[in-house]
Every structure is written in C-alpha cells, then in structure tokens.
Design a protein around this ligand. Structure first.
Ligand SMILES: [Zn+2]
Length: 145
C-alpha cells in the first residue's frame, strides 16, 4: 500500500475549489455519506478534474451510498454536453478513514475512473484518491492546486 517498488503512482489533479465543494457537501450531508462525480480529462499520467457534480445519496446512509438515478443522469448528460469524461467518483466516510471499504470495492464504478473518499473522522476533513480493483486498491497521488 505504500506504492514502493511499483511503477510511478498515477496522479489525480483536483483544483482546490472543487475539493472545497466536495468537503462542504460532505459536511452538509453528514452523518449520511455524500456522493458525486468529477468530470475532466484523462491522460497518460492520470486525470485532471475540471468540474464537480454533487449527486443525491438516495440511501441517506452513514455507511453506504447509491446515487439517485435522476441526479446521476442529468450529471452524465451535462458532462457529455461539455465534452468532458467522468474521471472520478467521490463519496464521504463520516466516521471512518478515507480508505476504501469492502462495499466500495464491490460497488466500484468503472475501470479508469478514480475513487475519491472524503473522511470526516478526524479533526480536519481528509481527501484521498484511489484506483480500485475487484479485490484490492492502490492509492493515487492527489494533487490539489
Ligand atoms: Zn466508502
């Protein structure tokens, strides 16, 4: 999990205003998990997020999320309309670390889409980015600028 000995970590670039939007949404919807999409561009070394699309967690659960279909569809349409790709999906962990859970692995979105997790369990919100496989996960290098 340290990434040592593995080829260089992929980079996920997240502009700080998008990061702030995600954190505010997570705080706002706590103690439920929040969720949303990040749209932008994919390139060889990783991803660059350019816009954030908060979604509605229809489960209103503290440990799980599922995006309400209508909010998901309209976000996907807007992303396509703007000529962007879905580069990341994010959700919050109100009471646990920003590390993927078994549920997250089972319900991962798609290959090539990064998973970002906002943890509210510590003093300050923490955001980490992951690439999820069926059984394991690898941390991405998150660059907020
Ligand atoms: Zn999770």
């Amino acid at each position: 999990m340290t990434g040592q000995g593995v080829a260089k970590a992929l980079v996920f670039v997240l502009p700080s205003r998008l990061c702030q939007t995600m954190i505010l949404q997570a705080l706002d919807e706590s103690p439920s998990e929040c969720c949303g999409l990040l749209a932008g561009k994919r390139h060889d070394g990783g991803w660059v997020a350019e816009d954030v699309f908060p979604l509605v967690n229809e489960l209103k659960s503290a440990t799980r999320f599922r995006s309400e279909p209508r909010s998901l569809l309209s976000a996907l349409r807007l992303i396509e309309h703007r000529g962007m790709d879905v580069v990341g999906i994010y959700h919050s962990h109100p009471k646990t670390d920003a590390i993927p859970s078994r549920t997250d692995l089972a319900w991962r979105w798609a290959d090539g889409v990064a998973d970002l997790i906002i943890s509210l369990s510590g003093e300050k919100p923490v955001v980490r980015a992951w690439s999820l496989g069926d059984l394991d996960f690898e941390e991405l290098q998150l660059k907020t600028a």
